[in-house]
Design a protein around this ligand. Structure first.
Ligand SMILES: [Zn+2]
Length: 125
């Protein structure tokens, strides 16, 4: 999947960072939110100051942006590894070995097919 084009945008919020990097979709959503959800007397100012910047970044900002992009890429990679490990964990704790371990250390009526422990509140018949 191709990553979306990013834009520099000013004043997405009223007191947050004055300059952010956002997708066109995020900017459209924010503008729509301002038009519909923000107090009417704030809307014109908010919309006027939320601008897409076309000027190139000054060197120091460019450097910080590159560092941010690098950290973001590492985060995306780590996030994918996290989800993969999390899925593997879910699979293994519900495997026959995991179920056997549950019986050994807990022994309640939980099963992978009936994982909601609160059903054990129901009176047994
Ligand atoms: Zn249990």
């Amino acid at each position: 999947m191709t990553p979306p084009t990013l834009h520099l945008v000013t004043h997405m919020g009223h007191d947050g960072p004055w300059l952010l990097i956002k997708t066109a979709k995020e900017i459209r959503k924010r503008r729509a939110y301002i038009r519909t959800q923000k107090p009417e007397h704030e809307r014109a100012l908010r919309l006027r100051l939320l601008k897409i910047v076309k000027a190139p970044l000054p060197p120091q900002l460019f450097k910080a942006d590159a560092a941010w992009a690098k950290a973001d890429a590492a985060w995306v990679k780590a996030d994918a590894a996290y989800y993969k490990a999390s899925a593997a964990w879910d699979k293994v704790i519900n495997s026959p070995e995991g179920v056997k371990f549950h019986a050994q250390v807990c022994g309640c009526a939980w099963t992978p097919e009936q994982p909601d422990i609160l059903r054990q509140l129901e009176p047994s018949s």
